[in-house]
Design a protein around this ligand. Sequence first.
Ligand code: SF4
Ligand code: SF4
Length: 157
Amino acid sequence: MSALVNAVKGLIQHLRAMGITLRYLFMKPVTVQYPEQPPEIYPRFRGRHELQRYENGLEKCVACGLCAAVCPSGAIYVEAAENDPEHPVSLGERYAKRYEINMTRCIFCGYCEEACPKGAIVMGHEFALADFGRHELVYSKEQLLEPARPHVIVKQV
Ligand code: SF4
Ligand code: SF4
């Protein structure tokens, strides 16, 4: 008798499981066919950093070093230089002669973005950051600058 009860219970469980399978068979799939189909990114997602420019092409970063100071993992290195008034690189007295982020150290906390008084360093939506060597994951200023080639460069007044 107990064997019959167990068999019936097993059959019910199988039917319930099949019901779930059939239900999901006709639902819209939640999987994304990456990379052919790019996934939707949450607006506040913190991905790869970008160094911003003003519309006139001048760099927003003034090499104050706050982002490097606040970074909990010591991932940012900033080397400042004085701007040439005839050919300024940024709107401040100084600009970042060298700006590097070591992505192997970064924990994507976003502190650098919050600390920056100029809105120069922002975290974009790029997340495909895998590479073949550690050295390739130390991003230089040239790699981080957006847009890479400004439309126009105007003189500071
Ligand atoms: S996101 Fe955080 S860990 Fe990464 S560079 Fe910025 S402050 Fe450092
Ligand atoms: S990115 Fe911002 S906080 Fe960092 S050095 Fe440049 S201006 Fe200062």
